[in-house]
Design a protein around this ligand. Sequence first.
Ligand code: ADP
Length: 276
Amino acid sequence: MVHLIGSHIDITERKQAEAELMQHRQHLEEQVALRTAELSSARDAAESANKAKSEFLASMSHELRTPLNAILGYSQLMGTDPSLSENIQDQAHEIEHAGKHLLLLVNDMIDLARIEAGKLDLTIETVSAKSVISASLGMVTSMAEKQGILLINECRLGHDESVSADPNRLTQVIINLLTNAIKYNRPQGTVRLTCTTCDDKLRISVTDTGSGIPAEKQERIFNAFDRLGRENGAVEGTGIGLIITKRIVEAMSGTIGFESTLNQGSTFWVELCLSN
Ligand code: ADP
């Protein structure tokens, strides 16, 4: 004898729900695909606009440099020409001073534009940290002396302690940190350069005794053209030295950072891979 037990469930509603769910999913996938395409074309447009801007800046900067050098040359000649009155000579010095500032800005802009356009040529090699540091210190000695700032080299490195870096660019980085430490120092202040190693990294630190950077401004320190309110102060600058420095350090697989205490001073450091 055969017993049959059966049950009957109406699945119309479940099927309907499944179909609706499927529809929603399909709609969602379409939306995601649409948004992704929109985002990617917006990114492409932004990237090409940025590239065009950087290329424009790089070529314009070259056009600017040539006439500027003529202005500088002639103002220097006029400033020392004994046949001209003292007043005219003073005015020529003013032109020379302003021209030098403009040249500095143009040079920095070329550098930044080149970096932003991805055209930073680096030759990474094994570099003696000690020689780069003493070369950099040598380049800022007279500036420090003129401003009455004492430079102290506390790096105790041997000649065989090397880092992976582009020697010229690393020199530029250290000079920039030293220059800032001198510029933003107090009268009769000090600038201390120290080196520490940790695992496979070498940290080069530059400590000044300046006025420091207020906590609320610190997050803007690597912004291009942001002088943190010093635009009208006595210290000259372009506001792009640190962003250039950061880009160069990162291109050498290094890191950069700083600590600063108001009215006490700041320490800017870079960390690079040891290569021995
Ligand atoms: P610049 O010195 O040409 O203005 P930077 O990009 O080198 O440009 O620095 C940006 C700003 O950061 C400076 O204008 C200054 O306000 C601040 N800054 C940089 N270094 C120091 C420092 N060692 N101490 C205090 N402020 C600093």
